[in-house]
Design a binder for this molecule. Structure first.
Ligand code: FES
Length: 111
C-alpha cells in the first residue's frame, strides 16, 4: 500500500492506490488546507517533496491555477491529484517565508 507523508503536519498514512490526495488528507487529518475541493481556489497547493513519479498526471485546472512555473517547481493541487505510490508533501512554506520577511522589516523599522 502506498504511504503518504504529510510533512508539514507530521502524519504518515497508508492508503489504497489511486486515492485522491486531498480526500486522504481530510479523511485522516493530514491537515492540507482547502476550500473549494474542485480545483478553483488554489488553497490546497502542496509542494511534492518526494514521489513525483507516483502521482497522476497534471490536470489542466492545476496549470490554470498554479501556472507552468510552479508546476515545474513541484507544486500540485491536492484536490486534483491522485496517488499511485509513496509520496511526501508539504505546504505553507511560502507563507512562512513571506511572514518572516514582514516581521524582519518591522523589526528593522523599529530600530
Ligand atoms: S481546494 Fe480549491 S483548488 Fe483544491
Amino acid at each position: 500500500m502506498p504511504a503518504v507523508t504529510f510533512q508539514t503536519s507530521g502524519k504518515i498514512i497508508e492508503i489504497d492506490k489511486d486515492a485522491n490526495l486531498l480526500r486522504t488528507s481530510i479523511r485522516y487529518e493530514g491537515s492540507v488546507p482547502y476550500k473549494c475541493g474542485g480545483g478553483l481556489c488554489g488553497t490546497c497547493k502542496v509542494r511534492i517533496v518526494a514521489g513525483h513519479e507516483n502521482l497522476s498526471k497534471v490536470m489542466k485546472k492545476e496549470v490554470d491555477r498554479l501556472g507552468e512555473e510552479k508546476i515545474k517547481e513541484g507544486y500540485r493541487l491536492a484536490c486534483q491529484t491522485f496517488i499511485t505510490g509513496d509520496v511526501t508533501v508539504a505546504w505553507g512554506e511560502e507563507d512562512l517565508e513571506r511572514l518572516k520577511k514582514i516581521a524582519e522589516r518591522r523589526i528593522n523599522a523599529a530600530k
